[in-house]
Design a protein around this ligand. Structure first.
Ligand code: GLC
Length: 792
């Protein structure tokens, strides 16, 4: 009935946010203990604590003093800074070296200012409230100039102003369209950009939450169906500062193994060992780079996790070893549902070890997924997570180094699409219903899997891909955006979705390249692969019963172009890897919306169809059929077309040519970009790094390259390599200096090449004090580049 006009029957009128909510009322008393300011109001309890110099935590519970235990998303240290509290007749003032909070007493309103008195967040007409059904809500003033980013994995455009969003991890096979709201990930965190300055809010509630930036013009709200209000305010003042502050709280991504950054090929499913070997051979014979092949659910015996179907895959260990020798890793899918089968060891262990989710009455919860009736590990229990993690010995012993977690919302084939919300999670002695912890299920499965594999791999980095997650998921996994379709619209959708995932702490993300469901076309595959070259995670995946979409599926012309852009991935890898390191250290994403770099340029505020890789490369994919040009916005400065060397002035929209073989890329003048070589996989060591120097009208540029072994955790203890390249130009000379610093890793390359763009033939070049002989300079008259190679 919901897909007929019955859906808009008068009886379905919904309650608006704010209806039936009761404010917490007048402040009756307050106290300060251990740095926490506790507030008791007419009908509620609240607390304010200064988590660290840049983060304030606010909680509210209508029934009792707020619970101060944080969710598992939070790993940052609470510095418990004791503020200065002064009381006046109508308000309290709470001061630290960076913040000032004003707490109006009647009715209670909390507003936060920076140390100079500029408002960060403000409560005006409404504050914190609750209703009898147990919902809690918080209202904040919304300025006309506010723009909103983050919110994890959402459809729609980049700027979320005017949106209403729900967080409830959901398996959405179809459709993903502008009104599809709750998807697989729930990251209740956002950044507000106001007149060039930014702040952020993380609403740490693991049940169903809602964000309403639409209903009222000057107020927005966030509300939860269960639990208490518990949110953090990040002071900024820049968007990058907020990302740094948020990832101080929830963690940054560990460096993935380098092979995880290569090109990956998947299909639901490669159904036999023979098919997988043939697939790998095709890549090798056609010299199309490849780092991983995925095994979807058909590899298992009756979809039982931790098994192989030996009819289809008679010798998995040999398969995995042989492919590894060829530089290709195997990544198997592992879903949470464990088949109910008393003769199946994993099921037996789960029952006997008390690891499965249960009802309060003690009976195991069963749900229907791929294997049929299945039980689900209670990942909220440390014991169950340990058990699950150790079970991965099965894969590690076969030589597997990466795992793909799917269906972990958890997805169940029933009307609600998930587990009965009445199920009780053990939660290490603090039992809670599934309703309260739903959004944490995939996150905890990720923790169990990542930590288990990490231990089993003995110092080698592991790779985990997950569909579901919560704030902090970046600590364990890369995220792909689930079951998209082979529609041009879904290619378009992937840009703002991935940019906002990046703005939500998840730097390592990407969509199914080519589209998962529906049939792709050769043209769409080319354009999508061009985009994939620059998505942090790069995997081609397609569904059962759809057209094949391996690179060669549409004839030689398409194959050639798909191959060209897979190769480009390896060419750009040194830059991407350097940016992965930056994300690992600062929380600033690899793939960035332009607004992150140009927060005062209004043309960037909702720019959803182009993005940046780092701070000086703009990528503008073609995302409509039979299109050979597009409009590109270039912010202030001069930009150089990567393919044509044409100079373009910024602060301007340009119409650029993009025939089918061209993905438009623009480099800002005053930039150096490192390139690697085309190779079969990341297993082939890099033998040459090429620095492309784009000075244009600028007189200098610099780049700090990051490298390490790409395989171990040595980087955490200084087994790293950093190379600072600077380039200066005066009338006649270009002076390059190359300095190596920081760490004990010795990189594999022996040659370093410098390509100076927009350069005169007569220019003198000096590298580290040596004037380069004419004979060692190669000048290309047609594109005005000068090339010099030195031995490292
Ligand atoms: C889900 C996943 C998809 C996978 C399929 C079969 O739909 O999102 O990627 O191929 O299940 O396992």
């Amino acid at each position: 009935m919901q897909d007929t006009s019955f859906a808009i029957h008068p009886g379905t009128k919904k309650q608006l946010v704010g209806e039936n909510f009761k404010e917490v009322g007048r402040l009756k008393s307050y106290s300060v203990k251990d740095g926490v300011v506790s507030l008791i109001t007419e009908s509620g309890f609240a607390s304010i604590s200064i988590f660290n110099e840049n983060i304030v935590r606010i909680t509210m519970n209508p029934k009792q003093e707020p619970i101060t235990k944080t969710s598992f998303a939070v790993i940052g240290t609470n510095e418990k800074i004791t503020p200065d509290v002064t009381e006046e007749e109508t308000e309290l003032t709470i001061k630290t070296s960076k913040f000032m909070l004003k707490v109006a007493k009647d009715p209670l309103r909390i507003s936060i200012f920076d140390k100079d008195g500029n408002v960060i967040v403000e409560e005006e007409t409404k504050g914190m409230a609750y209703n009898e059904t147990g919902e809690v809500v918080c209202f904040k003033k919304m300025e006309a100039s506010d723009h909103f980013y983050g919110f994890g994995e959402k459809t729609g455009f980049l700027d979320k102003r005017g949106e209403k969003m729900e967080m409830w991890n959901t398996d959405v096979y179809a459709p993903h369209n502008p009104e599809t709201d709750a998807l697989y990930q729930s990251i209740p965190f956002f950044l507000t950009l106001r007149q060039g300055k930014a702040h952020g809010i993380f609403f740490d509630n693991t049940g169903r939450t809602h964000f309403d930036l639409r209903t009222e013009v000057d107020t927005y709200s966030f509300k939860a169906e269960s639990g208490q209000l518990d949110y953090y305010v990040f002071a900024g003042p820049s968007l990058k500062d907020v990302l740094g502050q948020y990832t101080t709280l929830t963690g940054t991504m560990p460096l993935p193994p380098k092979w995880a950054l290569g090109y990956h090929q998947s299909r639901y499913s490669y159904e036999s060992e023979e098919e997988v070997r043939e697939l790998a051979n095709n890549f090798l014979e056609k010299k199309i780079p490849l780092d991983a092949i995925y095994l979807d659910i058909h590899y298992m015996n009756g979809y039982r996790v931790f098994t192989f179907d030996h009819d289809r895959f008679p010798t998995p260990k040999a398969l995995i070893e042989d492919l590894k020798k060829a530089g290709i890793k195997i990544v198997p899918i592992v879903d949470p549902g464990v088949k109910e089968d008393p003769e199946y060891p994993t099921y037996q262990e789960g029952v006997r070890g008390n690891h499965f989710c249960k009802y309060i009455e003690g009976n195991i919860y069963f749900g229907d997924v791929w294997p049929g009736n299945s039980a689900f590990p209670d990942f909220t229990s440390t014991e169950a997570r340990k058990w699950w993690g150790e079970k991965h010995k099965y894969y590690a012993d076969l030589g597997i180094e990466g795992i793909w977690n799917d269906m972990n919302e958890p997805a169940i084939f029933n009307d609600t699409k998930t587990m009965d919300v009445k199920v009780i999670h053990e939660n290490d002695g603090d039992p809670k219903t599934h309703r309260e912890l739903h959004n944490l299920y995939g996150f905890f499965m990720g923790e169990a899997t990542y930590e288990g594999m990490k231990k089993l791999l003995n110092g080698k980095r592991t790779f985990l891909l997950t569909r579901a997650g919560y704030a902090g998921v970046q600590r364990y996994a890369s995220v792909w955006t689930g079951d998209n379709r082979s529609f041009w619209e879904h290619l378009q959708l992937a840009l703002p979705m991935c940019m906002n995932l990046g703005m939500s702490g998840v730097a390592f993300c990407g969509p199914d390249v080519g589209g998962f469901a529906h049939d792709t076309s050769g043209e769409l595959l080319i354009r999508w692969t061009q985009f994939g070259t620059f998505t942090p995670y790069f995997r081609n995946h397609s569904a059962i019963n759809t057209l094949r979409q391996e690179p060669w599926s549409f004839g030689e012309d398409v194959e050639g172009l798909v191959k060209k852009y897979i190769e480009q991935r390896y060419v750009w890898l040194p830059h991407l890897y350097t940016l992965f390191r930056e994300a690992n250290q600062t929380g600033v994403p690899v793939m960035r919306p332009l607004v992150l770099e140009y927060p005062t340029d209004e043309n960037t505020f909702n720019l959803s169809n182009q993005f940046m890789i780092g701070d000086n490369v703009i990528v503008a994919p073609i995302m409509t059929p039979t299109t050979s040009h597009r409009v590109v916005y270039l912010p202030e400065g001069n930009w150089i077309n990567y393919w044509t060397e044409e100079s373009l002035v910024g602060n301007k929209h340009h119409l650029v040519e993009a025939p089918i073989d061209i993905l438009p890329i623009f480099i800002k003048e005053g930039t150096i970009i490192p390139h690697g070589s085309v190779k079969q996989s990341t297993a082939t060591p890099e033998d040459e790094i090429t620095y492309h120097v784009y000075l244009g009208e600028k007189s200098n540029a610099s780049y700090r390259l990051y490298e390490d072994d790409g395989a171990t955790f040595g980087y955490e203890s200084g087994v790293t390599f950093e190379q600072e390249v600077t380039c200066e130009k005066d009338d006649k000379t270009i002076t390059i200096s190359v300095k190596e610093s920081n760490g004990s890793y010795d990189p594999t390359w022996s040659k370093e090449t410098f390509v100076i763009h927009h350069c005169d033939a007569s220019v003198e070049v000096e590298i580290n004090g040596d004037v380069i002989d004419k004979g060692n300079k190669i000048y290309n008259e047609s594109n005005k580049t000068l090339k010099i190679t030195i031995q490292r």
